[in-house]
Design a protein around this ligand. Structure first.
Ligand SMILES: [Zn+2]
Length: 64
């Protein structure tokens, strides 16, 4: 199984390519833990805490 990468800036999980589709950041890491699915950022407490503004998959914790 291929380890997915997560954006170091916003935490979005990047399934394809080398650039974060959410914020355009090129700094990706494979060192992350947990996964959250944000469907409605405006009504999600975790999204608010993590300042997630777009729906998608995000890493819960980055370890780099
Ligand atoms: Zn990002």
């Amino acid at each position: 199984m291929v380890r997915l990468k997560a954006c170091k800036s916003c935490g979005a999980i990047v399934e394809k390519g080398k650039i974060c589709p959410k914020c355009g950041n090129k700094g990706l890491t494979t060192f992350w833990q947990g996964k959250i699915y944000v469907l409605k950022p405006e009504s999600s407490e975790i999204a608010r805490k993590k300042k997630i503004e777009k729906p998608g998959k995000y890493a819960l914790r980055l370890s780099v």
